[in-house]
Design a protein around this ligand. Structure first.
Ligand SMILES: Nc1ncnc2c1ncn2[C@@H]1O[C@H](COP(=O)(O)OP(=O)(O)OP(=O)(O)O)[C@@H](O)[C@H]1O
Ligand SMILES: Nc1nc2c(ncn2[C@@H]2O[C@H](COP(=O)(O)O)[C@@H](O)[C@H]2O)c(=O)[nH]1
Length: 217
Protein backbone atom coordinates (compact mmCIF):
# COMPACT_ATOMS: atom_id res chain seq x y z
CA UNK A 1 0.00 0.00 0.00
CA UNK A 2 2.26 2.72 -1.28
CA UNK A 3 1.32 6.34 -1.83
CA UNK A 4 4.00 7.90 -4.02
CA UNK A 5 1.87 10.68 -5.42
CA UNK A 6 1.08 8.96 -8.68
CA UNK A 7 -2.70 9.20 -9.30
CA UNK A 8 -3.08 5.41 -9.62
CA UNK A 9 -1.17 4.97 -6.39
CA UNK A 10 -3.25 7.23 -4.18
CA UNK A 11 -5.46 4.72 -2.41
CA UNK A 12 -8.39 6.04 -0.41
CA UNK A 13 -6.91 9.39 0.51
CA UNK A 14 -8.48 12.65 1.63
CA UNK A 15 -7.35 15.49 -0.63
CA UNK A 16 -5.43 18.45 0.75
CA UNK A 17 -5.77 22.19 0.23
CA UNK A 18 -2.46 23.52 -1.11
CA UNK A 19 -2.57 27.25 -0.47
CA UNK A 20 0.00 29.47 -2.21
CA UNK A 21 0.60 33.13 -1.33
CA UNK A 22 3.31 35.66 -2.18
CA UNK A 23 3.74 39.30 -3.01
CA UNK A 24 2.23 39.90 -6.44
CA UNK A 25 4.67 38.88 -9.18
CA UNK A 26 6.79 36.41 -7.14
CA UNK A 27 5.58 33.49 -9.27
CA UNK A 28 2.59 31.70 -7.66
CA UNK A 29 0.61 31.50 -10.89
CA UNK A 30 3.63 30.22 -12.84
CA UNK A 31 4.40 27.54 -10.24
CA UNK A 32 0.70 26.60 -9.97
CA UNK A 33 0.48 26.06 -13.74
CA UNK A 34 3.53 23.77 -13.64
CA UNK A 35 2.02 21.70 -10.82
CA UNK A 36 -1.38 21.42 -12.53
CA UNK A 37 0.30 20.30 -15.75
CA UNK A 38 2.21 17.50 -14.04
CA UNK A 39 -0.48 16.37 -11.56
CA UNK A 40 -3.81 15.67 -13.24
CA UNK A 41 -5.40 14.95 -9.86
CA UNK A 42 -4.67 18.45 -8.49
CA UNK A 43 -7.47 20.91 -9.31
CA UNK A 44 -7.19 24.67 -9.30
CA UNK A 45 -9.71 26.62 -7.24
CA UNK A 46 -10.75 29.34 -9.68
CA UNK A 47 -11.40 32.59 -7.84
CA UNK A 48 -13.92 35.26 -8.69
CA UNK A 49 -12.66 38.82 -9.05
CA UNK A 50 -13.88 42.28 -9.96
CA UNK A 51 -10.55 43.20 -11.59
CA UNK A 52 -10.46 43.28 -15.41
CA UNK A 53 -8.82 40.36 -17.27
CA UNK A 54 -5.21 40.67 -18.47
CA UNK A 55 -4.67 40.20 -22.22
CA UNK A 56 -3.81 36.47 -21.87
CA UNK A 57 -6.48 35.58 -19.28
CA UNK A 58 -9.59 33.51 -19.96
CA UNK A 59 -12.89 33.68 -18.02
CA UNK A 60 -13.47 30.37 -16.21
CA UNK A 61 -9.81 29.30 -16.53
CA UNK A 62 -7.86 32.04 -14.77
CA UNK A 63 -10.71 33.73 -12.89
CA UNK A 64 -14.44 34.20 -13.00
CA UNK A 65 -14.49 37.89 -13.95
CA UNK A 66 -17.45 39.57 -12.22
CA UNK A 67 -18.97 43.03 -12.02
CA UNK A 68 -19.07 44.52 -8.49
CA UNK A 69 -22.86 43.85 -8.40
CA UNK A 70 -22.42 40.19 -9.38
CA UNK A 71 -19.66 39.81 -6.77
CA UNK A 72 -21.85 41.32 -4.04
CA UNK A 73 -24.70 39.00 -4.93
CA UNK A 74 -22.31 36.07 -4.51
CA UNK A 75 -21.37 37.40 -1.03
CA UNK A 76 -25.05 37.71 -0.08
CA UNK A 77 -25.77 34.17 -1.27
CA UNK A 78 -22.81 32.95 0.86
CA UNK A 79 -21.14 31.42 -2.17
CA UNK A 80 -17.57 32.11 -0.96
CA UNK A 81 -15.32 30.12 1.37
CA UNK A 82 -13.51 33.44 1.84
CA UNK A 83 -13.26 36.76 0.08
CA UNK A 84 -11.01 39.81 0.46
CA UNK A 85 -10.32 43.29 -0.82
CA UNK A 86 -6.92 43.24 -2.59
CA UNK A 87 -5.42 46.12 -4.65
CA UNK A 88 -8.79 47.98 -4.53
CA UNK A 89 -10.66 45.03 -6.11
CA UNK A 90 -12.60 42.10 -4.70
CA UNK A 91 -11.32 38.52 -4.88
CA UNK A 92 -13.11 35.44 -3.54
CA UNK A 93 -12.80 31.65 -3.36
CA UNK A 94 -16.06 29.94 -4.43
CA UNK A 95 -17.26 27.18 -2.10
CA UNK A 96 -18.68 25.03 -4.88
CA UNK A 97 -16.82 21.78 -5.49
CA UNK A 98 -13.98 22.22 -2.97
CA UNK A 99 -15.38 19.97 -0.22
CA UNK A 100 -16.57 17.32 -2.71
CA UNK A 101 -13.14 17.28 -4.34
CA UNK A 102 -11.31 16.81 -1.04
CA UNK A 103 -13.60 13.94 -0.12
CA UNK A 104 -13.01 12.37 -3.55
CA UNK A 105 -9.26 12.39 -2.79
CA UNK A 106 -8.40 15.28 -5.11
CA UNK A 107 -6.03 18.00 -4.00
CA UNK A 108 -7.17 21.58 -4.51
CA UNK A 109 -4.72 24.40 -5.24
CA UNK A 110 -5.46 27.96 -4.05
CA UNK A 111 -3.68 31.13 -5.18
CA UNK A 112 -4.78 33.67 -2.56
CA UNK A 113 -3.33 36.53 -0.51
CA UNK A 114 -2.46 36.20 3.21
CA UNK A 115 -6.02 37.11 4.25
CA UNK A 116 -7.37 34.26 2.12
CA UNK A 117 -4.75 31.84 3.45
CA UNK A 118 -5.68 32.74 7.06
CA UNK A 119 -9.41 32.38 6.41
CA UNK A 120 -9.02 28.99 4.69
CA UNK A 121 -6.80 27.75 7.52
CA UNK A 122 -9.33 28.91 10.16
CA UNK A 123 -12.12 26.98 8.44
CA UNK A 124 -10.26 23.79 7.52
CA UNK A 125 -7.07 23.59 9.63
CA UNK A 126 -6.46 19.87 9.01
CA UNK A 127 -6.78 20.21 5.24
CA UNK A 128 -4.68 23.33 4.58
CA UNK A 129 -0.98 23.13 3.67
CA UNK A 130 0.27 26.68 3.18
CA UNK A 131 3.29 27.76 1.13
CA UNK A 132 4.69 31.29 0.88
CA UNK A 133 6.71 32.18 -2.23
CA UNK A 134 9.40 34.84 -1.82
CA UNK A 135 11.16 36.62 -4.71
CA UNK A 136 15.00 36.53 -4.76
CA UNK A 137 15.09 40.36 -4.44
CA UNK A 138 12.87 43.44 -4.61
CA UNK A 139 14.50 44.37 -7.94
CA UNK A 140 13.67 40.95 -9.44
CA UNK A 141 10.08 41.29 -8.21
CA UNK A 142 9.71 44.67 -9.91
CA UNK A 143 11.24 43.37 -13.14
CA UNK A 144 8.82 40.39 -13.15
CA UNK A 145 5.82 42.66 -12.61
CA UNK A 146 6.97 44.97 -15.40
CA UNK A 147 7.51 42.07 -17.81
CA UNK A 148 4.00 40.65 -17.38
CA UNK A 149 1.46 41.14 -20.21
CA UNK A 150 -0.89 44.08 -19.60
CA UNK A 151 1.34 45.67 -16.97
CA UNK A 152 1.48 49.48 -16.64
CA UNK A 153 3.83 51.61 -14.51
CA UNK A 154 0.85 52.55 -12.28
CA UNK A 155 -0.17 48.93 -11.68
CA UNK A 156 3.43 47.93 -10.96
CA UNK A 157 3.86 50.84 -8.52
CA UNK A 158 0.62 49.90 -6.68
CA UNK A 159 1.71 46.26 -6.34
CA UNK A 160 5.26 47.17 -5.25
CA UNK A 161 3.73 49.40 -2.55
CA UNK A 162 1.90 46.38 -1.14
CA UNK A 163 4.71 43.82 -1.59
CA UNK A 164 6.36 44.47 1.77
CA UNK A 165 3.01 44.32 3.59
CA UNK A 166 2.37 40.87 2.07
CA UNK A 167 5.93 39.64 2.79
CA UNK A 168 5.49 40.54 6.49
CA UNK A 169 3.08 37.59 6.82
CA UNK A 170 5.59 34.94 5.72
CA UNK A 171 5.91 33.38 9.19
CA UNK A 172 2.24 32.26 9.17
CA UNK A 173 2.96 29.64 6.49
CA UNK A 174 3.93 25.98 6.83
CA UNK A 175 6.57 26.21 4.07
CA UNK A 176 8.55 29.00 2.37
CA UNK A 177 10.18 28.80 -1.07
CA UNK A 178 12.48 31.44 -2.60
CA UNK A 179 11.60 31.49 -6.31
CA UNK A 180 14.94 32.39 -7.88
CA UNK A 181 15.59 29.54 -10.34
CA UNK A 182 12.08 28.51 -11.45
CA UNK A 183 12.91 24.81 -11.79
CA UNK A 184 14.49 24.60 -8.33
CA UNK A 185 11.45 26.35 -6.82
CA UNK A 186 9.11 23.98 -8.68
CA UNK A 187 10.97 20.87 -7.46
CA UNK A 188 10.58 22.16 -3.89
CA UNK A 189 6.86 22.75 -4.33
CA UNK A 190 6.42 19.29 -5.80
CA UNK A 191 8.27 17.70 -2.87
CA UNK A 192 5.97 19.51 -0.42
CA UNK A 193 2.91 18.09 -2.22
CA UNK A 194 4.29 14.56 -2.27
CA UNK A 195 5.31 14.48 1.38
CA UNK A 196 2.08 16.09 2.60
CA UNK A 197 0.09 13.39 0.78
CA UNK A 198 1.72 10.85 3.09
CA UNK A 199 0.44 12.44 6.32
CA UNK A 200 -1.39 9.88 8.47
CA UNK A 201 -4.60 11.92 8.63
CA UNK A 202 -4.82 11.96 4.83
CA UNK A 203 -4.44 8.22 4.35
CA UNK A 204 -8.00 7.22 5.24
CA UNK A 205 -7.51 3.57 4.22
CA UNK A 206 -4.80 3.10 6.89
CA UNK A 207 -7.55 2.70 9.49
CA UNK A 208 -8.85 -0.44 7.70
CA UNK A 209 -5.32 -1.67 7.01
CA UNK A 210 -4.32 -1.44 10.68
CA UNK A 211 -7.61 -3.04 11.82
CA UNK A 212 -6.81 -5.96 9.50
CA UNK A 213 -3.23 -6.19 10.84
CA UNK A 214 -4.62 -6.33 14.37
CA UNK A 215 -7.18 -8.96 13.39
CA UNK A 216 -10.06 -6.60 14.16
CA UNK A 217 -11.51 -6.37 10.65
N1 LIG B 1 11.83 32.08 -11.26
C1 LIG B 1 11.45 33.00 -12.15
N2 LIG B 1 12.39 33.64 -12.87
C2 LIG B 1 12.05 34.59 -13.78
N3 LIG B 1 10.76 34.99 -14.05
C3 LIG B 1 9.78 34.38 -13.34
C4 LIG B 1 10.08 33.37 -12.38
N4 LIG B 1 8.90 32.95 -11.84
C5 LIG B 1 7.93 33.68 -12.45
N5 LIG B 1 8.45 34.53 -13.36
C6 LIG B 1 7.73 35.52 -14.20
O1 LIG B 1 7.32 36.58 -13.34
C7 LIG B 1 6.05 37.10 -13.76
C8 LIG B 1 5.08 37.06 -12.57
O2 LIG B 1 4.80 35.71 -12.26
P1 LIG B 1 3.34 35.23 -11.82
O3 LIG B 1 2.29 35.86 -12.65
O4 LIG B 1 3.41 33.75 -11.73
O5 LIG B 1 3.29 35.88 -10.35
P2 LIG B 1 2.13 35.82 -9.23
O6 LIG B 1 2.82 35.64 -7.93
O7 LIG B 1 1.13 34.81 -9.60
O8 LIG B 1 1.50 37.26 -9.32
P3 LIG B 1 -0.01 37.71 -8.89
O9 LIG B 1 -0.11 37.55 -7.42
O10 LIG B 1 -0.06 39.15 -9.28
O11 LIG B 1 -1.00 36.88 -9.63
C9 LIG B 1 5.58 36.24 -14.93
O12 LIG B 1 5.84 36.95 -16.14
C10 LIG B 1 6.45 34.97 -14.83
O13 LIG B 1 6.72 34.40 -16.09
N1 LIG C 1 -8.06 36.38 -0.55
C1 LIG C 1 -8.02 36.08 -1.85
N2 LIG C 1 -6.98 36.54 -2.62
C2 LIG C 1 -6.95 36.18 -3.90
C3 LIG C 1 -7.95 35.38 -4.50
N3 LIG C 1 -7.64 35.21 -5.82
C4 LIG C 1 -6.49 35.86 -6.02
N4 LIG C 1 -6.06 36.45 -4.88
C5 LIG C 1 -4.85 37.25 -4.66
O1 LIG C 1 -5.01 38.54 -5.22
C6 LIG C 1 -3.72 39.07 -5.54
C7 LIG C 1 -3.73 39.68 -6.93
O2 LIG C 1 -3.97 38.71 -7.91
P1 LIG C 1 -3.89 39.11 -9.49
O3 LIG C 1 -4.27 37.86 -10.22
O4 LIG C 1 -4.82 40.25 -9.69
O5 LIG C 1 -2.47 39.50 -9.75
C8 LIG C 1 -2.74 37.88 -5.44
O6 LIG C 1 -2.05 38.01 -4.20
C9 LIG C 1 -3.66 36.69 -5.40
O7 LIG C 1 -3.07 35.61 -4.68
C10 LIG C 1 -9.03 34.92 -3.67
O8 LIG C 1 -9.95 34.22 -4.10
N5 LIG C 1 -9.01 35.30 -2.37
Amino acid sequence: MSNSGHPKDRGNRRGLMLVLSSPSGAGKTTLSRMLLEEFGDVKLSISATTRPPRPNEVHGEDYYFKTPDEFHRMIERREFLEWAHVFDKHYGTPKADTVARLEAGEDVLFDVDWQGADALHDQMPNDVVSVFILPPSIEALQARLMGRPGSTPELVARRMEDAKREIMHWRRYDYVIVNDDLNVAYQRLKRILLVERLKRLRQIDLEDHVRALLGEA
